[in-house]
Design a protein around this ligand. Sequence first.
Ligand code: ASP
Length: 595
Amino acid sequence: MGWVNRRRDLGSIIFIDLRDRTGVTQVVFNRELNPKAHEKANHLRNEYVIAVIGTVKRRDADTVNKNIPTGEVELMVDEIRLLNESKQPPFLPGETVLPNEEMRLKYRYIDLRREPMQFNIEMRHKVSKAIRDYLSAEGFFEIETPFMTRSTPEGARDYLVPSRVQPGSFYALPQSPQMFKQILMISGFDKYFQIVRCFRDEDLRADRQPEFTQIDLEMSYPQTESVWAVVEGFLTAAFKAAGHEIKTPFPRMSYDEAIQKYGNDKPDLRLPAMIDAREALTPEEWDDLAAKFRMRKEFPLQLIRIPKAGDISGTERRTIGTYGAYQHVQGPSFVQLMTDPKRFAKDYPALSEKVVSFAKIEADDLWLLAGAANRPENAAVMDQSIQHFCEKCGFLRLDLAQKYAAKHKAFEKTGDTAKDFRFLWVSDFPMFEWDKTEKRWNPAHHPFTSLHEEDMAKLEANIDSVNDPKSPLGEIRALAYDVVLNGTELGSGSIRIHRQDIQAKIFQALGMSDEEARARFGFFLEALEYGTPPHGGIALGLDRIVMILAGAESLREVIPFPKTARAVDLMVDAPTPVNEAQLKELGITIRKARE
Ligand code: ASP
């Protein structure tokens, strides 16, 4: 039984490719052998649903199709039944040319019949199952938490659900089960996990969806390393389910090191780190060079290298060496770039040689040197930090990688898992980050994250400085970590605060009054007072993991019913206005949008 994938009519013989979830099989209707069935086959069209009974035969050697697993056999039909007809679909599951994505999303049921989509959804099932099996065997319980709840501070806007029985009150859909999983630790379920939907109303990109799935977990009495070991364990199981052996433990790096060497907090280890080229020079050489190129001496001289970039024309090289070329990469306004390496080698042969051998630069590598500009016209940015400078260099590195490494297929899979999947733990994130728009410090992760014990005094000394951009709050480190794969953040977690007094201090440092904290998190602060065990956890994006394993370009390829970039479900046509009666029942009036 299955769908008519394709019909070829050769007159006295009709071939049907019969398709189901497992693939296609060739079915043969022969007029001479079975005129009745042949006549019926005349009326079959694409996507009709049929049942056939017959005999499986080996194909003649010259008709064997090596491209499909069933290519050596065919089914000679005795009897056929038409189970259902189909309108001509807007596109065919068997076609190689895809219609535009809107069409695919509107007719998602047809799109999901396509082989690559069937593969992705199967992959998703296998990966989730492997994770569930692994965690269950490790003693974790999968426990559900409510969807209709209160706001959880994960940094996005909430989706709200109005209450009919309490007009004017709203539930929030969870941005994560954060507080519930911590409450589960207080409740004695010392190993929790959940493959769970989270809801965040934020601006969407290709790798974001308003509702997405997390592998969420929490443990009591953990060290950071014990959380990491569990994650490495279930990722090993998940990757194995997709046919890849990965190597554990993953390498580790502090946030500071990541910024300094990669210019961001999710380094792509498939490309070399940046090197501070000052190390290749004597102090006098650096003095000279810094003066000549008007660079700030106390800032690193970042060497950015893209290996095997291939042939690059002279003009291109010169453009790479001017920062006009980078205005689009968030404007590296205070990055001073050296001219192209060839020119540098000509003007400063000795220095160039030193740098080349220090950084082991090879002939077809693309590289450049970036220092912090020391020019009066850059006065506006002269007070920027070394971290900020490194981040700018990090943008350059990724931009060049996009242009040159990608062009030379540096990111293509080699089949060697150790090279193809570069995992990494990044730890010791800052506790707070400065929000430029709101002009205040916000939690870099979420406000339940523990800080380093030795930074406690700093917190106490600066507890009332939430609006001061220069506050040392920015130097406080959190016991927070991210797991990163090939430059993509797969998940974040932390060791939590388990003492009510410390939690209260964090709220205070975040500028929340006692009443406000009680109003928002009263139940939680109270729960913390009843013998809360030390605990910690993490959450990883399942959709993202499956996307990487499926080699897909967008999350929409691995989510059966996704939303568009405008958060619309094109198939069911949601969201929609609701009728007056419903609104009245909820006590809601819609304000007319302003002209
Ligand atoms: N709730 C956090 C998040 O969704 C993850 C965690 O801290 O466990 O990002």
